[in-house]
Design a protein around this ligand. Structure first.
Ligand SMILES: Nc1ncnc2c1ncn2[C@@H]1O[C@H](COP(=O)(O)OP(=O)(O)OP(=O)(O)O)[C@@H](O)[C@H]1O
Ligand SMILES: [Mg+2]
Length: 345
């Protein structure tokens, strides 16, 4: 049975400044299951950091509930809140290491603070450094490490406090794609090995795709879509989700015909012969506007946007053909709109 570890209910967060009021979060509700890797994606300013900071009450919601492990955080005393917060770790884009302390001392630091004897703290720190593959850097200083290594230190440090939940706010945003991959696979390993629930905040769909089981899309402080990662990739329902899934596919903007169909294939579907056959059968070339194959949680997923011929009968035949082949055709109207609409701010 799935057990909820985080429940957010009708969360609102307003910031008041001289310039007026900013509604950073409006009526956000979501549930995160224990041991899940849950992604929250959105553009800059969407409210991601605010939402994740509400999960440990670093930010107090204006209204709504944050329930962690069955406890409503806003109703706890300061002392109770401190206890609950200890179960929630956090890592950031800029690592937040202590520059004057060696790697092992960085990891040992929170252990010392929480009352471990220096020697024990060091011993434990070395264990966690081993878990993140950094044993040989134990005596180095943060300035001597690469970004990926710094993030490993930050992860070892957070593991040392044995969190049940790990909040990652753009933890890979300062890293190159390959290092990002290695850090993400470390997070996945941690999730499996220690059973830690992980919340991943990102503006990159590739991060979601790489490790998240579930995902929520935030837009202007509102949660516009949520579900499994697979669902989001297979059939993004909102313009915002589509824009994120299809980000980087500018050629969609060049589309001239009105009728566009989206097909998706999962694992086995042979889309190539299908396309070839369709051309043969209808004697009409189809225009591939966008194609993408990716691995979501180890399973091949792919999709194409196909511009249908201007002749409606032929277009209908093509759609029917896709349907017969189980390619799940879906006529889409808003792609041009959603891909082109980037003038948010
Ligand atoms: N302390 C604050 N005071 C006033 N406004 C704030 C404060 N913190 C955040 N905001 C505003 O709330 C909105 C959401 O900000 P938030 O940092 O949560 O976005 P984000 O999705 O994390 O963005 P990014 O991807 O750039 O990190 C923004 O409009 C931001 O300016
Ligand atoms: Mg942020």
């Amino acid at each position: 049975m799935s057990e909820k570890i985080i429940e957010i209910r009708q969360l609102n967060k307003k910031f008041v400044s001289e310039k007026g009021e900013v509604a950073a979060l409006t009526d956000v509700s979501l549930e995160i299951e224990k041991k899940d890797i849950y992604g929250i994606i959105g553009l800059s300013g969407a409210g991601k950091s605010t939402l994740v900071r509400c999960m440990n009450l670093l930010e107090r919601p204006s209204s709504g509930e944050v329930i962690v492990n069955g406890k409503s955080l806003t109703e706890l005393s300061d002392r109770q809140l401190r206890t609950e917060r200890r179960k929630i770790g956090m890592i950031f884009q800029h690592f937040n290491l202590l520059m004057q302390r060696s790697v092992v001392d960085n990891v040992a630091f929170p252990l010392e603070i929480s009352g471990h004897r220096k020697k024990d703290a060091r011993k434990k720190a070395l264990e966690y450094l081993e878990a993140v593959g950094l044993t040989e850097k134990a005596n180095a200083y943060p300035a001597q490490l690469s970004g990926g290594q710094k993030q490993r230190v930050a992860i070892a440090r957070v593991l040392a406090s044995k969190p049940e939940i790990l909040l990652c706010d753009e933890a890979t945003s300062a890293l190159d794609p390959q290092t990002t991959k290695s850090i993400l696979s470390l997070l996945k390993e941690i999730n499996e090995k220690y059973g830690i629930t992980i919340v991943v905040i990102t503006h990159e769909m590739s991060v979601i795709q790489e490790i998240c089981d579930h995902v929520a899309v935030l837009e202007h402080g509102k949660l516009v879509e949520s579900g499994t990662t697979e669902q989001l990739f297979r059939s993004p329902k909102t313009a915002e989700a589509r824009r994120l899934v299809f980000s980087g596919s500018e050629h969609i903007l060049e589309m001239t015909s009105e009728r566009v169909v989206r097909i998706s294939f999962h694992g086995g579907s042979a889309y190539e012969p299908t396309l070839g056959n369709i051309v043969l059968e209808t004697k009409t070339p189809v225009n591939i506007l966008y194609a993408n194959t990716q691995t979501v949680n180890g399973e091949a997923e792919g999709e194409m946007l196909i511009q249908l011929p201007a002749d409606n009968d032929k277009a209908d035949r093509i759609v029917e053909y896709f349907r017969e082949k189980g390619l799940d055709p879906e006529e889409v109207k808003e792609y041009a709109e959603s891909a082109g609409n980037t003038d948010d701010n």
